[in-house]
Ligand binder design. Structure first.
Ligand code: UD1
Length: 416
């Protein structure tokens, strides 16, 4: 099992750009199943393990997949299966994104319950209810979920909660359904807009992404396209925080700063000086101080995926901070690990109370999930001495060669 060894205490300095968003890449790869002729070409695809798992699943269904230096070519004209093997479903929660597209394309889909990060229960009821509203017959038996429909028909769907994955699954299924679908209380994340743009590039008629109401007029078929994925706002936020926790300077280029408005606002509140242009953000200095209350929320609120990294930052900020996790029930596993590094944190229910300490001190810790792992790297960069981070396979799910990027900025981090 690989680990990261981090020597703390170096200021990060320099400039970086980030690759395409994991949370766009996975649904967009799933959506390519809707393309019944020719190739789909995707650019700016991150070389992360979740992407390779999705590629493996697509291949198991009969797709041709070629990946080369951040470009992905997919040919999905001749699918020979509508069943995803249990061992593949368990590898990644995003495998559930294939339900809508497979159902729309083949009239049937059979999956098991998906795996993924251990951040609390992650039901799929909203996905299934929405597919039923589009006319699918859904059965849940012996751990298997089967959905079938001779044809899907547009419908009005109100989501009880603006789930990112359910919104995406239903957009994809509705793209080939007969007639008009309206999804209200839809998720508004930038990755929903990216999926809409990709579907439309294939010939779909989807409007409204980025607002709470999506309008989809089904078309008969979708065809080839070439599409570039948006930059990863969560990776960008992680790197900004990495620079800030070391008291360094970082210019992040070729990003979409508006996607990070809530993050930049909280970082400024934490005393960090940030300069923005149309396509860059630059950390230019500052002295870390506590933030009174930070609450994770659906977009455009503060993203739950940056809750662990900003907690790492606040462990060394002057004063008392409070973080409330409102999206996932059990997303504080990093707290135990941060405490091993000498952080002063207590948790009551879904609220974490952080008292800033002068210095963290290096020790051996474990990445319990993807973003928790990123938080531990940040803590290690700021800690005195050596931090060893185990189970870094979680980190590789969502960050392409993170040690290389950080080394370029002067960090002492090694994969062993
Ligand atoms: C996506 C992101 C993930 C991010 C999350 C919230 C991808 C690949 N992953 O995950 O990085 O942390 O959005 O921004 O895009 N829920 C239900 N029933 C459902 C679906 C969801 O109760 O059918 C609940 C979940 O348990 C959770 C909340 O809704 O408490 C948010 O989940 P959701 O928005 O669906 O997140 P994901 O799409 O899984």
């Amino acid at each position: 099992m690989k680990k990261f060894v981090v020597e703390g205490g170096n200021k990060l300095e320099g400039s970086l750009s980030v690759k395409g968003a994991k949370n766009s890449t996975l649904p967009i790869m799933a959506a390519s199943v809707l393309c019944s002729e020719d190739w789909v070409e995707l650019h700016n695809i991150p070389d992360i393990s979740d992407m390779h798992v999705m590629a493996k699943i697509l291949k198991s269904l009969g797709a041709k997949v070629i990946y080369n230096e951040n470009r992905l070519n997919l040919k999905v004209d001749a699918l020979h299966s509508c069943t995803i093997a249990d061992e593949l479903m368990r590898e990644m929660r995003s495998s559930i994104f294939l339900m809508g597209p497979l159902l729309a394309r083949l009239g049937e889909v059979k999956v098991t319950y998906p795996g993924g990060c251990s951040i609390g229960p992650r039901p799929v009821d909203l996905h299934l209810k929405g597919l039923e509203a589009l006319g699918a017959k859904v059965r849940e038996e012996n751990g298997f979920i089967t959905a079938s429909a001779s044809s899907l028909a547009g419908a009005k769907i109100h989501l009880d909660y603006p789930s990112v994955g359910a919104t995406e699954n239903l957009m994809m299924a509705a793209a080939l359904a007969k007639g008009k679908t309206v999804i209200s209380n839809a998720a508004k994340e930038p990755e929903i807009v990216d999926l809409q743009n990709f579907l439309n590039a294939m010939g779909a008629n989807v409007r409204g992404a980025g607002t709470e109401t999506l309008r989809i007029l089904g078309v008969q078929k979708l065809g080839k396209c070439s599409y570039r994925i948006i930059p990863d706002r969560i990776v960008a936020g992680t790197y900004l925080m990495a620079a800030a926790i070391t008291g360094g300077r970082l210019l992040l280029k070729e990003i979409i700063p508006v996607h990070l408005d809530a993050v930049v606002a909280k970082m400024k509140e934490a005393g960090i000086e940030i300069r923005a242009t149309e396509d860059s953000l630059e950390i230019i200095g500052g002295k870390l101080k506590a933030v009174e209350t930070l609450r994770t929320l659906p977009y455009p609120g503060f993203p739950t995926d940056l809750q662990a990294p900003i907690m790492a930052l606040l462990t060394v900020a002057d004063g008392h901070s409070k973080i409330m996790e409102s999206i996932f029930e059990n997303r504080f596993k990093h707290v135990t690990e941060l405490k091993r590094l000498n952080a002063n944190i207590s948790v009551e229910g879904r609220t974490a109370f952080i008292k800033g300490v002068k210095r963290l001190s290096g020790t051996e810790v474990e990445a319990t999930d993807l973003r928790a792992g990123a938080a531990l790297i940040l803590a290690g960069l700021a800690a005195e001495g050596t931090t060893v981070i185990n189970k870094i396979n979680h980190i590789d799910r969502g960050y392409e060669n993170i040690e290389h990027d950080l080394q370029q900025l002067g960090a002492k981090i090694k994969r062993i």
